[in-house]
Design a protein around this ligand. Structure first.
Ligand code: UD2
Length: 315
């Protein structure tokens, strides 16, 4: 009997949450459609019951939610540019999937759903840091889709009494983030390229900034969100980040040091739908969850580079 369901369990964040749950001796069911998840990410998760399926199919959601108490909903079609290229696919895999999952969770008597929100919901508002009281201003179809999921979470809490917690992630990075797709996160791409001696490309002038958040901090935030008292967190949305930001130019300099890359950098036109600066106020997660980012940006980068080195060595 599974106690936890992790959607997107063969993806970067889902895989990492599942691993942490298994390490605590929990009973875990993982689900993935492999649209972007990778079979190799399941290595080390053999103790997890795995279901291959697509959340856009309501029957898959019903099956996955059976006997589950807590759901970590990490499955999504991530990436701003991917959503610009194919907004319908993003909507299907983010909005339809989330609604189907919520319907199934409610029917199965799931206690709580913890949802992977996105900092993209804030859009390009000039105010920094971004705090939860700000009016959302999504730009890309991806941001709209992730924000729609947040609204569905709150609706299901209000209308049906399902406990929901939304964690707005800020540019998560770390081991198991796919470095091979054009749509991969910038740090995974840069690590792989720089270790291979290939020149990375910055879209724009490189002065855009992000609150890059190491995966271990995000996993900890999720475990806290699953365990926090309902009266404190149910129906709430909070940022999950580090509360500090780096520009891409600064990040490139640190990565050059960590990878030993001595080549240059290419600059190309800024990406459509991109936002300029992103920085979180993490006061609410501290207050409601007792969350504290334990791994710094630099330490996270160091661990990520080590993981990419090992990955290349076995490839
Ligand atoms: C958005 C969300 C993030 C998460 C993510 C999922 C914001 C602020 N963040 O991340 O929370 O939901 O979507 O995909 O909206 N870039 C380069 N060169 C490359 C690749 C990217 O310069 O080879 C730039 C890119 O133009 C952007 C920055 O790096 O300015 C970060 O891009 P990203 O795709 O890693 O993440 P982002 O910010 O779109």
């Amino acid at each position: 009997m599974a106690r936890y369901l992790v959607t997107g369990a063969a993806g970067f964040i889902g895989r990492s949450i599942a691993a942490a749950l298994l390490a605590r001796g929990e009973t875990v069911r993982g689900l993935d459609s492999f649209i972007t998840g990778k079979r190799e990410n399941l290595s080390g998760l053999e103790a997890m019951e795995f279901v291959e399926g697509d959340l856009a199919d309501p029957a898959v959601c019903s099956e996955a939610c059976k006997d589950v108490e807590i759901v970590f909903h990490e499955a999504a079609l991530a990436s701003v540019p991917r959503s610009v290229a194919d907004p319908v696919a993003t909507n299907r895999n983010c909005v339809d999937a989330t609604l189907n999952l919520l319907v199934a969770a409610r029917e199965a008597g799931v206690h709580r759903v913890v949802y992977a929100g996105s900092s993209s919901a804030y859009g390009d508002t000039p105010t920094l840091p971004k705090h939860e009281g700000m009016t959302p201003n999504p730009i890309s179809p991806y941001a709209v889709a992730k924000l729609a999921g947040e609204h569905y979470m709150r609706s299901f809490m209000r209308v049906y009494g399902l406990e929901t917690v939304v964690l707005r992630y800020f540019n998560v990075f770390g081991p198991y983030q796919d470095p091979t797709s054009y749509y991969s996160g910038v740090l995974a791409l840069f690590c792989r390229k720089m270790l291979a001696g290939e020149q990375p490309t910055i879209f724009g002038d490189g002065e855009q900034s992000r609150d890059f958040t190491y995966i271990e901090n995000v996993v900890n935030g999720n475990l806290l969100a699953a365990a926090a008292p309902a009266e404190k967190v149910s129906g709430r949305m909070m940022n999950l980040a580090t509360g500090s930001r780096s520009t891409l130019n600064q990040t490139f300099a640190i990565l050059s040091e960590l990878t030993g890359y001595s080549g240059g950098l290419a600059y190309a036109a800024p990406r459509t739908g991109d936002i300029r600066d992103s920085l979180a106020d993490i006061g609410l997660a501290k207050e409601l969850l007792g969350y504290k980012p334990a791994v710094s940006f630099r330490d996270g980068l160091r661990r990520t580079v080590e993981w990419h080195k090992k990955r290349e060595a076995v490839a």
